[in-house]
Design a protein around this ligand. Structure first.
Ligand code: CP
Ligand code: NVA
Length: 305
């Protein structure tokens, strides 16, 4: 029986596979920009399960699947039996008999792992509390597009050691670059939760300015991720000194880029001057979700074409 490939964490893919997905991304993006029809996924159906809110992930997967000639179905917890306690393993058995590929946005990573273990078709992690691998594929593709290979470069991560941060750390191990992380002391990276296998690809800094020094890319994310809303007040206080501002960008490399997965809170994790400034590539970054995920869908469903 053919082994099913899933994309549940960034490290599910090798550096070589990510390179292949990026090659396909470029081709698929160029065709899209030329309005050339490309329908390799005709008659295929993507099921999208959302247990948390989304703008970019839903839109990029739904539009992307349609642009590839396939169809996408949106399910949320409230409107499906998952929200009424149907076991994930039962849902996976049924859903994967009706669809060709499934994208899931949920809370615990164990849910997507459990779903994948009971699925006949590939599963894509569209964000969990632990990881956001599609986001980092798009971010690195954006970096490569604008600055060339990320190998040996330095990324500064400022703020919360959340799902996006964890995925940057995994990517650094797979693609051989460095991450300088600066978080408040009580929100430090937990290597096990980040799924790291113990290389020295990341360094922690108490002072966010030091983390940014010489960085090729400065990036951050919300202080309170979805599912952690009860901690919002404590987080606002704890993270006050971890707002990416022009001083941080000034100590980074002169051609450093700024990225944010969005949605952003200007005046919290980043100033308006930085996110709306000349070094920010957040709109290209968001757009590239569409292009890399189309390449990802093609790869998981058709293999190498
Ligand atoms: N960056 C991201 O995943 O955005 P959404 O929450 O809008 O999908
Ligand atoms: N860390 C954020 C990312 C949103 C795209 C969250 O999990 O809410």
């Amino acid at each position: 029986m053919k082994t099913i490939r899933h994309f549940l964490q960034l490290k599910d893919f090798s550096a070589e596979e990510i390179g292949y997905v990026f090659e396909r991304t470029k081709i698929i993006k160029d065709r899209f920009k030329r309005y050339e029809r490309y329908h390799p996924l005709a008659d295929r159906t993507l099921l999208m399960i959302f247990e948390k809110a989304s703008t970019r992930t839903r839109l990029s997967f739904e539009a992307g699947m349609q642009q590839l000639g396939g169809a996408a179905i949106y399910l949320n917890t409230r409107d499906s039996q998952l929200g009424r306690g149907e076991p994930v393993s039962d849902a996976a058995q049924v859903m994967s008999r009706m669809c060709d590929i499934v994208m899931i946005r949920t809370f615990e990573q164990s849910m997507v792992e459990n779903f994948a273990a009971n699925s006949r078709v590939p599963i894509i992690n569209g964000l969990t509390n632990e990881y956001h691998p599609c986001q980092i594929l798009a971010d690195i593709y954006t970096f490569v597009e604008q600055r060339g290979s990320i190998q040996g470069r330095t990324v500064a991560w400022i703020g919360d050691s959340n799902n996006v941060c964890n995925t940057w750390l995994q990517a650094a191990e797979v693609l051989d670059f460095n991450v300088h992380v600066s978080t408040p002391p009580e929100y430090r990276v937990e290597p096990e939760r980040a799924g790291l296998y113990g290389t020295d690809c990341f360094e922690e800094f108490e002072d966010p300015m030091q983390a940014c020094a010489g960085a090729d890319l400065v990036t951050t994310d919300v202080w309170t991720s979805m599912g952690f809303e009860a901690e919002n007040a404590a987080r606002l206080e704890a993270f006050a000194d971890w707002c990416v501002d022009v001083d941080m960008m000034r100590v980074a490399a002169p051609d450093a880029l700024f990225m944010h997965c969005l949605p952003a809170h200007r005046g919290e994790e980043v100033t308006a001057e930085v996110i709306d400034g000349p070094q920010s590539v957040v709109w290209d970054e968001a757009e590239n979700r569409l292009h890399v995920q189309k390449a990802l869908l093609e790869y998981l469903l058709l293999g190498r074409v």
